[in-house]
Design a protein around this ligand. Structure first.
Ligand SMILES: *Cc1c(COP(=O)(O)O)cnc(C)c1O
Length: 243
């Protein structure tokens, strides 16, 4: 089972574990959005058999490019190491088709620098995030993600769902651009609508995902985004809703 902790919001890790146990399956989390997130005080990488974190430049914690895997069994060390190094076992043996996923020294150094500031960075995001919630809660046609219990967040993204607002998602994105506010349609187009999968899967089979992919807009959120800037963004959205 490959669940995704989307936007730093976590999956129902307990329920998934139950299902995996029942059917004898492994669980590998896509935790690309979830660096620093905790559930019941425990780092999110402790759940499942493995969790895959992304340290790409756009993520909460970054090493420019890179990532990390956490796992619960030493038996994976060898296969993971081989995997990141072309499947090379030793000087004369290549045992499977691996990739090149080695982290270079410069990236590691960048990560060490960023790691020193990660708590402040998340705190700065929290200020902006909380301001968004204060300003955008209970606005007609805009839905926010619900707060998850027992979860320590990382404030990675500020997604809103535009459904029944004066403008649809695409229109609102265009309008905001006129005010120099650059938002993003997230997980759009739906993966099953990508040209490379289109002939194999139909997005009609996943109607909820299909609908939500048309409604999600992520608003600017980054370390150092000021409360004044968040107010400007929210004022603009609210005024557009009232036009
Ligand atoms: C960024 C991201 C990835 C890919 O991470 P890379 O470090 O670019 O390989 C995978 N899944 C999700 C949900 C992401 O946001």
């Amino acid at each position: 089972i490959v669940p995704v902790h989307v936007y730093g919001n976590i999956c129902d890790v307990e329920k998934i574990e139950e299902i995996a146990k029942k059917h004898g399956l492994k669980v590998i989390y896509d935790a690309a959005h979830a660096f620093g997130v905790k559930y019941k005080g425990v780092g999110i990488g402790n759940y499942g058999d493995m969790s895959m974190f992304s340290f790409h430049a756009t993520k909460v914690f970054n090493t420019i490019e890179g990532g990390a895997v956490t796992f619960n069994d030493d038996q994976y060390v060898k296969v993971l190491n081989n995997n990141k190094n072309f499947g090379i076992l030793n000087e004369e043996e290549v045992v499977f088709v691996g990739g090149n996923a080695k982290m270079n020294e410069f990236q590691a150094a960048m990560g060490l620098c960023n790691l020193r500031h990660i708590d402040q960075s998340i705190e700065s995001r929290k200020l902006a995030f909380d301001r968004y919630y204060a300003r955008l809660t209970n606005v007609k046609g805009i839905r926010l993600l619900e707060n998850q219990e027992n979860v320590t967040r990382n404030y990675a993204y500020m997604p809103i769902i535009i459904d029944g607002f004066k403008y649809n998602r695409d229109e609102l994105k265009e309008k905001l651009q006129e005010y120099n506010i650059f938002s993003r349609k997230y997980f759009y187009p739906l993966i099953s609508d990508f040209e490379c999968y289109r002939n194999e899967h139909s997005s009609d089979d996943t109607p909820v995902a299909k609908h939500i992919a048309k409604c999600v807009l992520t608003l600017p959120l980054y370390e150092g985004l000021t409360v004044e800037d968040v107010d400007y963004i929210c004022d603009t959205i609210l005024e557009l809703g009232n036009e």
